[in-house]
Ligand binder design. Structure first.
Ligand SMILES: [Zn+2]
Length: 669
């Protein structure tokens, strides 16, 4: 899928916390006790005082928590902050749903939608049966074309999706874009989904094999990788018809909005011809199986039992929380009525004060990072100027917007959940199609983002904790839910907020500094010369070498080259956030309270405790192999051992592992 730029930065940056929150399985009966009411302070109970700070700060700050967690096969990884964040967020959302709202008001419509999910009726199962019946009745190519459009209208998009996407040749406008639909499959899950849908065993197996074969084939022809140019394939109605003749493009464009007024781009040169080939060469039974699967998979979070049972234990970001009805229905409400949900949560629960304080913190770090670029003498003056200019002009989209996208007024019925979902999806699809011909404003919050809960407009995904740098608008979005305890709290100390919220914000900003293929207004334009790029890779080598030499779980080896981009962001983030905090607090930074805690110490503890994670050795091994981030322990000890302010704060002596010798310190940003 396209928007890989966003995926590679945001899914990996923040999603681990969100994904962990979603992946924790049943909650422990008692949450860890924490000081303060919201937990936005150092968690003293998570500390292991027997570990020396200067030897291993991660083990010191997190060891108590790690020892207290009983890991199980269904709960192989638990994060301290993920757990607390999830609990506090759920409490906030429950508070929202407990407000008595006026009839037909936005909140009341939300409550109807959410309630219809919690108290779903047999009508939803009937609706699934009716759709599967329609799919299983398809015989002719005409039937399949009609189905592709009908499924497209409810956002299932069996082979491809059409929507408005930023036009790199005209920043003030969107253009039409045709992308693949994600193409996920696992033969065992497909077969199980078919059996649960009432398909007899032998046929379910054969159908699952057909689905797998089609998806494996289609995946070969879609665009992947980092080369943005490969995603640029301008096309027209006539060219689409010639390239992929098995698709009735005329009828498709009649549905999505007349002959397109704006240019159309296909994200792959070969993908649509491959779809056309599948449509002409596969037997009708195979195509029916494929359409049935895309219907079930696309609606997995919204399906009633028994259909949803197929998706209770699949890969965590795609998994449906079937044993946590509140969570499942919150997610479904966010997907279905995201703008309404985000607005009501932001305005009634979060409020303006949190947004104002978060914006002040963000702006102070933004200034610090831009100043650091001015000092990056390894870049040419021109590259420094263009990069610093871009960072100073990055638009901070903090918490929630003042102007919200339009919302639909489609009818909603209690106890008819799937019907409500399909109404909401029809509305969203029409918005996506219409967008292709609309103007585009940098200030809007309507860019597509990819939190684990599902793709959607940024303004419609604000009740899940996340941070999204968007290179196409040169913006930085922190969601309303991220401005929530324990990650952030307007009543917490300044240093507690810098320690987590500030450091995450800064991490994303370092990614923005490194994204030299985009300029200050979001144009795809190289702002570094070849010599600058070569000089940057020399700087990166220090970060790569340090990670290569870092500890790994038994049987694995950390690849510094694989992790350098994230390690680089961590390294710059903690240094620059600390610097911004020091500017803000002045001499107060090192003044101890009656317990001996100073703001500087609290900052470092908070920074470390964001990463406190109890995990099985196999999980850690997986993280080393798959995750572009460093291990939780390395994300703490790596950057902090490169920061003299850390060893000064805790009095670490020369030779201590947390105090690298001056000539071995890495610094890029
Ligand atoms: Zn990152």
């Amino acid at each position: 899928m396209k928007l890989r730029v966003l995926v590679s930065t945001l899914m990996v940056c923040i999603a681990p916390l969100a994904a962990r929150a979603a992946d924790q399985g049943p909650k422990p009966t008692k949450a860890m006790p924490s000081p303060g009411t919201t937990g936005a302070d150092v968690d003293l109970s998570a500390i292991d005082p027997t570990v020396n700070i200067c030897q291993n700060f991660y083990e010191h700050a997190c060891g108590g928590f790690i020892k207290s967690v009983a890991l199980t096969p269904s709960r192989p990884e638990v994060s301290l902050m993920g757990q607390k964040s999830d609990d506090n967020l759920t409490a906030g959302l429950n508070k929202l749903f407990a407000i008595k709202a006026a009839p037909n008001s936005e909140l009341q419509r939300l409550e109807t939608f959410y309630g219809s999910c919690l108290h779903d009726s047999a009508s939803s199962a009937d609706l699934v049966k009716a759709w599967i019946g329609r799919i299983d009745a398809a015989k002719t190519s005409e039937d399949f074309q009609t189905l592709i459009r009908s499924l497209g209208a409810i956002g299932v998009d069996p082979f491809f999706a059409y929507s408005g996407a930023p036009d790199p040749n005209d920043l003030g406008k969107y253009r039409g874009e045709i992308d693949d639909n994600g193409l996920w499959q696992d033969p065992a899950v497909v077969e199980r989904a078919f059996r649960l849908a009432g398909i007899p065993g032998a046929q379910a197996k054969a159908d699952a094999e057909a689905v797998t074969a089609i998806i494996v084939e289609l995946r070969k022809s879609r665009t992947t990788g980092d080369d943005l140019k490969a995603y640029e394939n301008p096309t027209t109605l006539a060219k689409l018809t010639a390239d992929a003749p098995a698709i009735n493009w005329r009828a498709y464009f009649a549905m999505v909005g007349a002959a397109p007024l704006r240019p159309i781009n296909a994200t792959s040169k070969t993908y649509l011809p491959a779809v056309s080939h599948e449509l002409t060469t596969r037997r009708p039974a195979e195509l029916r199986a494929y359409l049935r699967w895309t219907f079930l998979f696309s609606l997995r979070g919204e399906l009633p039992p028994p259909y949803n049972q197929a998706f209770g234990d699949i890969t965590p970001p795609l998994r449906v929380a079937i044993d946590q009805p509140d969570k499942r229905c919150q997610d479904a409400t966010l997907r279905g009525m995201g703008v309404e949900f985000s607005r009501q949560y932001s305005q009634r629960i979060l409020g303006l004060r949190a947004r104002q304080i978060a914006t002040e913190i963000g702006a102070s770090i933004q200034t610090e990072i831009a100043n650091a670029v001015d000092e990056a003498t390894w870049l040419s003056p021109a590259a420094r100027q263009a990069t610093a200019d871009k960072l100073r002009k990055t638009d901070l989209k903090m918490g929630f917007p003042d102007q919200w996208p339009a919302v639909g007024h489609f009818p909603l019925r209690p106890n008819a959940f799937l019907e409500n979902v399909l109404q909401a999806r029809r509305y969203e699809e029409k918005r996506a199609w219409r967008r292709a011909n609309e103007p585009r404003y940098r200030k809007n919050w309507d860019m597509m983002v990819y939190p684990w809960v599902g793709i959607g407009m940024a303004a419609a995904r604000l009740t899940t904790p996340n941070a999204f740098p968007d290179p196409d608008t040169n913006s930085m979005i922190m969601t309303a839910a991220f401005l929530n305890a324990p990650l952030f709290d307007p009543t917490a100390s300044t240093e507690a907020n810098y320690g987590i919220f500030g450091a995450v914000f800064a991490h994303e900003f370092v990614h923005i500094a490194e994204e030299h293929e985009y300029d200050a207004i979001g144009r795809q334009r190289e702002i570094w010369s070849a010599a600058d790029i070569a000089s940057a890779s020399k700087q990166h080598q220090c970060v790569i070498d340090q990670a290569d030499a870092s500890p790994a779980p038994p049987g694995s080896h950390v690849s510094g080259a694989h992790n350098y981009s994230e390690n680089l962001a961590d390294l710059g983030a903690v240094r620059l956030t600390y610097k911004a905090l020091a500017t803000k607090l002045g001499p107060r930074l090192n003044q101890a309270d009656t317990t001996g805690m100073t703001p500087a110490k609290r900052f470092f503890y908070r920074y470390a405790q964001y990463y406190c994670t109890a995990a099985t050795p196999e999980t850690l091994k997986h993280l080393v192999e798959d995750d572009p981030h460093g291990l939780p322990s390395y994300r703490v000890n790596g950057p902090l051992s490169n920061l003299p302010a850390f060893s000064d704060t805790f009095g670490c002596l020369p030779g201590a592992p947390m105090r690298r010798p001056a000539d071995q310190i890495c610094r890029v940003w």
